[in-house]
Ligand binder design. Structure first.
Ligand code: SF4
Length: 705
């Protein structure tokens, strides 16, 4: 076909936290036929250097208006935007006036762009006056945030992807990176680092690793306490680093001392020789990176698990150096950007906690009408408050909590009886949309513009290359339109995302110095960038400030941490068992996670035939021993049941599971198939520090259907 023109936009993939650069080329056809979109990896983007995984390379197959929400819908009827926005504003205004600001909440998403997040956070925490802004990132990496803050003084990921290229040993903990972060896994393989996988189940990642420690679910902290003890016993401590740059080492070592290799092997149910081989490999390999994600975080003691890993890096001085460090990998494309603006209920903005000074500082910067005076409700608490009637109006943006939250069907029931539920989404029919009074059509990938931050702190652009479909609007526009109707027009009078970004960058540097509590997140050098510079933004890693105008690849190279005294903190960890334990009625433990070719609740990836081919229906992985004991054949339909509910799927009998454990992919939901929501079975136990739910450990029973 002869092409009339081709227009290329450099943007980023909307799926995982790797944040791959994508080149989307729109090729118009002769005779005015519909333009063809071609997707390739962006060779200039440092995260992926031109590569894409199967999800990213299938993005063009997920475009189109089928199933899209294209008009506002109020109480099931299409309406115009004026009616929709007036309704949203009046419901919020009446609720706030009658019950106070803490009676309303926003629930956001790591799918939103930073600019969307920024205006939502500003409206709620600076003008409505409550901290009730939380996000689905709470389910993903809030324990990593809490642990970094405890140890390093800030939510500051020390490492970058080049560390994976340079590492001689990568320890993957609770991560099936070959499927969940494929481009990073390819980088590890290309670098020929030794790979050790710590994961209760066998996976595509463990199959390609040099060693697999299939520990008892939830026993990670004991494994790393034992490693700290071993490193001490065998002379691998960096005493100079410990003395000069850390504190609380002796208490931490004291807590770890009881974790001898024998005790760890018994507690974690791993072979002692294999355990010692891992410990010795870690001890003897200077360039070691620990790479961890939801398997560590989705736990009732996820923060402690994170800290037990960080302790081993601090003890050996393996942080702030090439190839080294404790590297938490985010699940979503902009979990990091949401953290930066304050999208977690316990953070105010720009990595500031809710201290008196910070509330005053941010209030002055925003010229705020009413500042929130303290943290709001974290995700599980927030939906509990919806259920109890404390929250009477909730606005959910770009996420599907009726599927993803623990005890998900109870969350859906709570939403259905909540007086006001507003859902902004690009998709018309989700389990959460079915609970909404008002549906607001939002633009999505390819249509919206802004920035995202990936797992290595790299800020990149997402760019629109398609027009807004139907009557869809950008999330930041919708939020600003409601803010104007609430009477805050002056503070929300943005001309576009570049305006919002400049303000966000200026706030990050506002009174950011050591005397006033130095903050890690600082992109003040970008506060004056022009629209042109924003449009052609070169991906940069924060901090981007006067001292580091071209960004900062690696943090803590100078041993100066973000704590008040500049020293990193060891955290003494007492390993805790998961809250959910097996018992007679529920004798098995169910783990959950992603498949290679699907993303979240499949609202996008479910549109691509090629991606569905990998697995077309809900499934549950069962060890042959359980299959025999419970009378289950491979591919047979089974019911998995917990005290909270049931889930139907096809059995996949596989020895990659350990006996006593099941695994179910998270992607299906009740709106896609009968009884298909896996999170409906999880109990809402949370980590006491981070509020992250224990989604990885659910006591269940299984039976053939
Ligand atoms: Fe890259 Fe993740 Fe997108 Fe795959 S899903 S292309 S690894 S950002």
């Amino acid at each position: 076909t002869e092409l009339f023109s081709a227009r290329k936009s450099c943007t980023t993939c909307p799926y995982c936290g790797v944040g791959c650069g994508v080149a989307a080329t729109q090729e118009s056809q002769p005779g005015g036929g519909e333009a063809v979109i071609r997707i390739q990896g962006d060779e200039q983007h440092p995260a992926n250097k031109g590569k894409l995984c199967v999800k990213g390379s299938s993005l063009a197959d997920t475009l189109g208006n089928h199933g899209r929400l294209l008009k506002p819908r109020l109480h099931g009827e299409d309406c115009d935007w004026e009616t929709a926005l007036d309704y949203a504003a009046s419901q919020f205004r009446e609720t706030i006036d009658t019950y106070g600001p803490d009676s309303v909440a926003f629930y956001l998403s790591g799918q939103l762009l930073t600019e969307d997040y920024y205006v939502a956070n500003k409206l709620m925490k600076g003008f409505i006056g409550t901290g009730n802004v939380d996000t689905n990132s709470r389910l993903c990496m809030s324990s990593a945030v809490a642990a970094y803050k405890r140890a390093l003084g800030a939510d500051a990921v020390p490492c970058n992807y080049e560390d994976l290229d340079e590492a001689e040993l990568v320890v993957l903990i609770g991560s099936n990176a070959a499927w969940t972060h494929p481009i990073l896994f390819q980088r590890m393989q290309a670098a020929q680092a030794k790979l050790v996988v710590v994961d209760p189940r066998g996976s595509a990642t463990s199959e390609m690793a040099d060693m697999h420690l299939a520990i008892t679910p939830g026993s990670d902290a004991a494994l790393f306490n034992g490693l700290l003890h071993y490193l001490t016993e065998f002379g691998a401590l960096d005493q100079g680093f410990i003395d000069n740059h850390t504190e609380n080492f002796s208490d931490t070592l004291y807590a770890a001392a009881e974790w001898t290799p024998e005790k760890v092997a018994d507690y974690c149910a791993v072979d002692l020789d294999e355990l010692l081989a891992f410990y010795e490999l870690f001890r003897s390999t200077e360039k070691t990176t620990s790479f961890y994600s939801q398997g560590v975080n989705q736990s009732s003691s996820g923060t402690d698990k994170n800290n037990s890993i960080i302790n081993c890096h601090l003890a050996t001085g393996r942080i702030g150096k090439p190839g080294c460090g404790p590297f938490s990998i985010t699940g979503q494309p902009n979990a990091m950007g949401g953290r930066e603006v304050g999208g977690l209920a316990n953070m105010l903005a720009a990595h500031m906690d809710f201290t008196e000074d910070n509330i005053d500082r941010v209030g002055r910067f925003w010229n705020a009408a009413k500042m929130a005076q303290g943290p709001g409700l974290k995700a599980v608490e927030l939906f509990n408050a919806v259920e109890s009637g404390q929250i009477k109006a909730v606005w959910i943006m770009a996420t599907n909590p009726a599927v993803s939250m623990p005890d998900a069907r109870r969350v859906a029931a709570a939403l259905k009886k909540c007086p006001t539920v507003i859902v902004s989404d690009c998709v018309a029919d989700t389990d959460t949309a079915r609970c909404a009074d008002l549906l607001l059509p939002a633009t999505t990938w390819g249509e919206k513009s802004g920035t995202v931050t990936n797992s290595e702190r790299r800020i990149s652009r997402q760019k629109s290359f398609l027009p807004k479909p139907g009557e869809a609007r950008h999330d930041w526009e919708i939020i600003c339109d409601v803010a104007k109707r609430l009477g805050y027009g002056e503070a929300f009078d943005y001309q576009g995302p570049a305006d919002i970004f400049r303000e966000h960058a200026a706030l990050s540097g506002f009174e950011n110095n050591r005397d006033q509590g130095r903050r890690a997140f600082d992109i003040s050098a970008l506060a004056t960038i022009s629209d042109q510079e924003y449009n052609f933004f070169t991906p940069l890693q924060w901090p981007v400030n006067a001292a580091n105008p071209n960004g900062t690849a690696r943090l803590f190279s100078d041993g100066d941490f973000y704590t008040p005294n500049g020293r990193a903190r060891f955290v003494a960890v007492d390993p805790q068992c998961p809250k959910q334990e097996t018992r007679d009625e529920y004798p098995l433990i169910m783990n959950s996670g992603r498949l290679r070719d699907q993303w979240h609740t499949m609202t996008r990836t479910g549109r691509a035939r090629k991606l569905l081919d990998h697995s077309e229906a809900p499934e549950v992985h069962v060890h042959p021993q359980e299959a025999q004991e419970f009378g289950i054949e491979d591919a047979q339909l089974v019911r998995v049941e917990s005290e909270k509910g049931q889930f139907f799927g096809r059995a996949r009998v596989t020895a990659s599971q350990k006996p006593g454990q099941l695994f179910a992919p998270i992607h299906w939901s009740d709106s896609l198939a009968h009884n298909a929501t896996v999170s409906a079975l999880a109990l809402p136990f949370t980590d006491p520090l981070s509020g992250q739910p224990e989604l990885k450990q659910v006591a269940v029973n299984i039976a053939p259907l």
